[in-house]
Design a protein. Structure first.
Length: 216
């Protein structure tokens, strides 16, 4: 029943987001072979083109600005982001596999995780937070200290009363954004509220939080 509710709410929100999604770039991940000081791993929302998405792009740009003096790379989670809400588990596995690989190659790199809409569910699962939108591989305990910050936007987990900020392991490193009236996280009826995170100041607030986690 919860899954059906999420699908209905996301379906309405996606119609409103369609115009914005078309303008989002298909930008590839920029985690090159060189080791960055910081890597932002971001999962786009349902129905968005492959890449960082309409929220992830601004978040990465803002984080780079806030962490001036550090090299900041980004990785766009490779998952279907399907409208049926069935791909979050696979996305979480991609997140974990990627972080394990980069951590082994780059022992000094630290990570920022982010997700929008279904992409927030991807991160819930990767963090090991119980989620009703699927199951996937979680980040190993030995790598958890290298996850410095988590920023989530329009997380469907809130529809069941869940919050990553309440999690014992991740709460202090996490900031969640849920606009009033957002049908995906606040059980509201304002579909436009779900597509405003990139332009309503949330991305800048997220970057400020990230910078604080890095001591800036």
């Amino acid at each position: 029943m919860i899954l059906a509710l999420v699908r209905r709410r996301l379906g309405a929100a996606l119609l409103a987001a369609a115009a914005l999604v078309v303008t989002s770039s298909i930008a590839s991940s920029s985690s090159a072979q060189q080791c960055a000081d910081v890597e932002v791993v971001f999962a786009r929302g349902s129905g968005e083109l492959p890449g960082l998405g309409i929220v992830g792009g601004p978040v990465v740009n803002q984080v780079r600005a806030k962490l001036a003096g550090r090299t900041v790379a980004s990785y766009a989670v490779n998952y279907a982001a399907d409208v049926a809400q069935l791909s979050a588990g696979a996305g979480a596995t991609d997140v974990t596999n990627h972080i394990v690989a980069v951590a082994a190659r780059c022992p000094e790199t630290e990570f920022v995780l982010g997700g929008y809409s279904q992409g927030a569910s991807v991160m819930d699962i990767a963090l090991g937070v119980p989620n009703f939108l699927g199951a996937g591989k979680a980040i190993p305990a030995e790598l958890q200290p290298r996850i410095k910050a988590v920023v989530l936007f329009g997380n469907p987990l809130a529809l069941t009363g869940g919050k990553v900020t309440n999690n014992r392991t991740w709460g202090s490193r996490t900031k969640e954004f849920c606009n009033l009236g957002d049908p995906v996280c606040a059980a509201g009826f304002n579909v436009l509220a779900h597509v405003m995170y990139a332009i309503d100041g949330s991305a800048a607030q997220a970057a400020t939080f990230v910078a604080q986690q890095f001591g800036n």
